[in-house]
Design a protein around this ligand. Structure first.
Ligand code: UDP
Ligand code: MG
Length: 224
């Protein structure tokens, strides 16, 4: 049976963490109750140098709940680095990455596991609609994906960092040693059998976006 690690980068996420941990605990309990994942499956919360109570909350939950683990980065290194730290440290035989604000539908986790069971080593979560985004964000994001396509970068349209990776895929990623991280551009290069799972993306349920324009542009530039 697969042991699942759910990797979650967290930067100043004190407003969402209690609810996020509660909901993921429910999902893991349900999946392991139905024999879909091992009972040792867990979440790995990566604190990306937060300045609020994020790390104290992670420490508290890790002390109270067996399914919670935490990693603390020495300073704010950005979402992609926090994600990579989680992926490289994860011990599960299967790893799913998701944002802390749970904008991405948790029901896709089971669909990703099913696609993995059917043979996929990487399962890309793909957003159905971009209704929750502002017109500007939708327009720039879609234009950017098109630009990457023109540059022959192999990206999955409307896929961000909600995905499943098998242990084999994680080990292949480990060999890349890329420093200008744009994981959604690297992971499709790994090869292996892949699948996609479509899901709805909602609004952040608490707190504000931790991706100001500066960080978004830096990510976009690393992609190019
Ligand atoms: N994040 C991070 N480091 C940063 C900025 C963001 O680890 O420097 C995390 C954040 O906590 C969240 C994820 O990256 O889990 C995506 O951020 P957010 O949801 O704010 O981005 P948006 O959905 O607004 O694009
Ligand atoms: Mg978000």
């Amino acid at each position: 049976m697969v042991e699942l690690t759910i990797v979650i980068p967290c930067y100043n996420e004190q407003e969402v963490l209690p609810e996020t941990v509660r909901r993921l605990g429910e999902v893991l309990g349900d999946l392991s109750g139905r024999g879909k994942v091992a009972s040792t499956s867990h979440v790995c919360l990566v604190d990306d140098g937060s300045r609020d109570q994020t790390w104290s909350l992670i420490e508290q939950y890790a002390g109270e709940q067996t399914f919670v683990r935490g990693i603390k980065l020495s300073r704010n290194r950005g979402h992609q680095n926090a994600l990579l730290a989680g992926l490289m440290t994860a011990t599960g035989s299967v790893v799913i990455s998701i944002d802390a604000d749970l904008q991405d539908d948790l029901a896709a986790i089971e669909a990703m596991l099913d696609a993995h069971q059917a043979g996929a080593e990487i399962v890309f979560g793909v957003r159905k609609l971009r209704e929750a985004d502002t017109f500007l964000k939708r327009f720039t994001a879609e234009g950017y994906y098109r630009l990457l396509g023109l540059l022959s970068v192999d990206v999955v349209f409307n896929h961000a960092d909600y995905r499943l990776m098998s242990r084999r895929a994680i080990d292949a990623l480990r060999e890349y040693e890329e420093v200008n991280l744009f994981l959604r551009g690297i992971i499709p290069l790994l090869g292996f059998r892949t699948a996609t799972v479509c899901y709805d993306r909602s609004e952040r349920f608490a707190g504000e976006s931790k991706y100001p324009l500066r960080k978004m542009l830096s990510l976009a530039w690393n992609g190019v």
